[in-house]
Design a protein around this ligand. Structure first.
Ligand code: TRP
Ligand code: SF4
Length: 405
């Protein structure tokens, strides 16, 4: 990890508002966010512009999901004392940074992002040969870089986007600032001039930087010009160092890989909206019971007296998530010997899911009853996020010479 990211332990992550959150989101993402907020300054946002990259033909689903999603975050335990919650489109600086980054981003970098081709394949019914879709990983880079986040909790599928973000930041700093270990390299270059010259250089540099002594600046420049022992790039480094350059403007983030959610769907595949196998975080207790009772089991257990194999049963995967060793042993034994029926087996799972969702649903209901409170939380978060974003943009505009006219 480079030293700059170590200083920047801010966490940022976003979620697309394209429908109701389910248990997969809770186990895969939200539980992780709730933990991170205790250790880091966190920014979590609703990526509504991102949703448009794939849902541009039906944008009405987006606003309908925004408040619902924030309520689910709050219900899951995201704490507004600890985390800033906001909506991307309410911080238009993201769009400005995206535009400016687009100037320096080679087309090939975007075309090479794996999700570009993958998603086009997967969502064949949509025309994703759009400029917005190609550019969406760069929009994500802008989301991250504008907060100088050091860490980005994401799933496996998003790691390439964080990689792209690092490359874009590096390129930006290279063009408009200096490389990450600039000071260190400058110090090393300085040593190559010999002790006496290095000392003189330090003296001139201090006089120039602290007192604005222009004679000292000239002397230092002459000193650098006369050096035979240093390479041209070291000389350039020292020129920048002398004049106080070498600022890192955009911070390279690290991905914080979220372990693949162990939460299976009702059919045993990964829980995902596109498979239609989800359990919504707001599922009513009655419907939850019905759904779980109907959930498929080992297909070899046709009759109650047929023995089964938990390894071939989606219900077993739920036990892996929810049950203690005692219950698991009871399932293994009872299933293989046909000692228990599938409904018996499901009972503790139903109990556990209900117990997990009960407090969340109670909190969600309380927020749902006070939509103004939720809107206030979002408005305050947007304001706070915007302050940070504006600061970064002021620096970005300055180094790109956009602050002078
Ligand atoms: N692209 C992410 C997704 O589809 C959402 C997202 C947008 C995001 N901007 C981000 C995630 C910035 C982390 C950081 O899930
Ligand atoms: Fe699945 Fe349990 Fe039925 Fe065995 S007893 S098939 S593990 S539901």
């Amino acid at each position: 990890m480079n030293s700059v990211s170590a200083q920047h332990s801010r966490v940022l992550s976003g979620m697309r508002p394209t429908g109701r959150l389910h248990l997969g989101h809770y186990h895969g993402v939200l539980k992780n966010w709730v933990e991170l907020q205790h250790e880091h300054e966190c920014f979590f946002f609703v990526a509504d512009w991102h949703a448009l990259t794939t849902h541009y033909d039906d944008p009405s689903v987006v606003p309908a999901s925004v408040r619902d999603m924030v309520i689910d975050w709050l219900a899951a335990g995201v704490d507004t004392e600890k985390a800033t919650l906001f909506v991307q489109s309410h911080v238009p600086e993201h769009a400005e940074l995206h535009l400016l980054l687009s100037m320096i981003t080679p087309l090939g970098w975007l075309e090479r992002v794996p999700s570009y081709k993958d998603q086009q394949e997967k969502l064949k019914e949509k025309d994703l040969a759009t400029y917005g879709f190609l550019g969406y990983p760069l929009l994500q880079s802008a989301d991250i870089l504008i907060y100088k986040a050091g860490y980005v909790p994401v799933g496996e599928d998003q790691v390439a986007h964080v990689e792209l973000t690092r490359e874009v930041a590096r390129r930006f700093n290279h063009i408009y600032g200096r490389e990450a270990d600039f000071e260190e390299k400058a110090e090393q270059a300085k040593k190559k001039m010999g002790k006496k010259n290095a000392k003189a250089f330090d003296r001139y540099r201090r006089a120039y930087q602290e007192q604005g002594d222009l004679d000292a600046l000239t002397s230092a420049r002459d000193l650098l010009e006369s050096q035979q022992n240093i390479t041209d790039s070291d000389r350039e480094r020292l020129f920048g160092f002398l004049e106080g350059g070498g600022r890192i403007i955009l911070v390279e983030p690290q991905p914080l890989l979220t372990k693949a959610s162990k939460m299976p769907g009702l059919d045993g595949q990964k829980m995902s909206k596109s498979y239609g196998n989800t359990i919504s975080l707001r599922e009513s207790p009655e419907s939850l019971e019905t759904i779980l009772k109907r959930m498929p089991t080992d297909t070899n257990r046709v009759r109650r007296t047929d023995p089964g194999d938990p390894a071939k049963c989606p219900v077993w995967q739920f036990h892996e998530v929810y049950s203690n060793d005692g219950i698991k042993a009871w399932v293994q034994e009872g299933c293989r010997s046909a000692g228990i029926g599938c409904l018996d087996c499901k009972a503790p799972v139903i109990e556990s899911v209900l117990a997990e969702l009960r407090p969340m649903q109670a909190r969600a209901e309380a927020f749902e009853a006070q939509p103004e409170l939720v809107d206030d939380i979002i408005a305050a978060g947007c304001e706070r996020a915007r302050e940070v974003a504006k600061e970064t943009m002021a620096e970005v505009r300055q180094v790109m010479s956009l602050d002078r006219f």
